[in-house]
Design a protein around this ligand. Structure first.
Ligand code: MLT
Length: 424
């Protein structure tokens, strides 16, 4: 098995490797992603065709009226190949947990965190890439990084309100303010994507580059039902091009119940610091949380599907423990983590009292000087592009049709299932 060059692999992947080694090496050597896909797509088309032929009429669940009014929670209705979310365990990217990705995926020469390029290769192909394959993507993306002049001048001219470019416009404004009009650096094709991205934002800090590698990896994909992923999929299903589909998804990501939440967390943490200074006591914090709960929710806590601490929160916490253990804002985030879950549990009606990814990201970005909060959703979107574009490739490869579920009116439902009095 010449391709078995990784010191560590999860058992199930080892098994799969020995089982399939004759036919499909998990690391086909080509560094050309399109070549690899050309070989994989027909096999996958065939596999799905056969699966549907023998199982197409089987039921995957029932839909209740509450599910229809309740944001379609619990309805298994989408096919999404690149990742799957387990309520207890969190996200797996093509079967790999975040700690497994941190071990298996290629790293930059002096880095410890996975390269998002490697993650993209994994999402698209289902295989762990070699270092050469990840590097080929770094080069490819670097070569494609120059914006056409008309796009740059469009971004300069239009306000952040322009809906289809809202995120990019905000990002441009932030650059301009902080860099005092200095020119954005060009991408260096000998460096990785996160390195170039961090440089282009005007930073020169290897630790922030490492954080970006982690950040851009973990925010990439969260199965298919979240607002941004589902929106990209839906708009893409009309055969709108990837840019149009992505722009639609970004607009969904900008909502406070989705990607904007990390900004809300930071505002909330800063309010605590403003009211109580940097050394807030447990009692002061409890009182602040109680006040918050009277009129709303604790930002960054809870999740539609997760029922445990989000592993994306945990790996950011580990990063902070290693690199900024004494930062006052991180200490506050840690204190909140010890105090909020028991308080939410005591309320007795909260399904998930644990923190999600958004409860941690802002504090790390602030520490490294990325203070422009309205840029945070842009960052999330840059990462999310990896997952949703990998899925869009497969949606096209499998010829998935335009998404068009049937809807019903309340009157139609009452007519079919009975009025209020019939419930008893
Ligand atoms: C996400 O990453 O998309 C969020 O955690 C929201 C979700 O999964 O529903």
């Amino acid at each position: 098995m010449i391709w078995k060059k990784w010191a560590w692999l999860p058992d199930y992947l080892e098994n799969q490797i020995s089982k399939d080694s004759e036919v499909t090496s998990p690391w086909p050597s080509s560094t050309d992603l399109k070549e690899v896909l050309k070989c994989k797509i027909p096999k996958e088309q065939e596999r799905i065709k056969n699966f549907r032929k023998s199982n197409g009429d089987k039921k995957v669940g029932d839909i209740t009226i509450d599910m229809m009014y309740g944001g379609m929670r619990g309805i298994n209705a989408l096919v999404w190949e690149t990742s799957e979310l387990d309520a207890e365990e969190g996200i797996r990217f093509r079967g790999l947990t975040i700690p497994e990705c941190q071990k298996c995926l290629p790293k930059a020469p002096c880095g410890c965190e996975p390269l998002p390029e490697g993650l993209f290769w994994l999402l698209v192909t289902g295989d762990i890439p070699t270092e050469e394959q990840a590097e080929a993507l770094s080069k490819e993306w670097s070569c494609r990084s120059k914006l056409p002049d008309y796009v740059t001048s469009f971004l300069k001219r239009h306000s952040k309100r322009c809906s289809s470019h809202v995120t990019t416009s905000s990002c441009y404004d932030s650059f301009e303010q902080r860099k005092c009009g200095a020119e954005i650096k060009c991408s260096d094709s000998s460096k990785d994507w996160s390195y170039n991205f961090t440089e282009m934002m005007g930073f020169d800090n290897p630790e922030l580059v490492e954080l970006m590698r982690l950040y851009l990896t973990i925010h990439s994909d969260h199965e298919g039902g979240n607002v941004s992923a589902h929106t990209v999929h839906l708009v893409g299903s009309a055969l709108s091009d990837p840019y149009l589909s992505m722009a639609a998804g970004l607009n969904g990501l900008a909502g406070p119940l989705h990607g904007l939440a990390n900004q809300e967390v930071l505002v909330w943490l800063q309010k605590i610091q403003k009211e109580h200074g940097k050394d807030v006591t447990d009692d002061q914090l409890k009182a602040f949380i109680t006040k918050t709960l009277k009129t709303g929710v604790v930002p960054g806590y809870g999740h539609a599907i997760l029922r445990k601490t989000d592993p994306r929160y945990m790996c950011q916490r580990e990063f902070a423990l290693k690199n900024l253990p004494d930062d006052p804002l991180f200490k506050l985030v840690s204190k909140v983590y010890t105090i909020v879950p028991p308080m939410l549990k005591d309320l007795g009606k909260v399904k998930n009292p644990w923190p999600n990814v958004d409860a941690h990201s802002g504090v790390l970005l602030q520490y490294y000087g990325l203070k422009e909060m309205n840029f945070y959703t842009v960052l999330f979107g840059v990462s999310r592009a990896l997952g949703v574009m990998a899925s869009l490739i497969w949606a096209r490869a499998l010829g998935l049709p335009i998404e068009r579920p049937k809807s019903l009116t309340t009157n139609a439902l009452i007519k079919a299932y009975g009025g209020c009095d019939k419930k008893k």
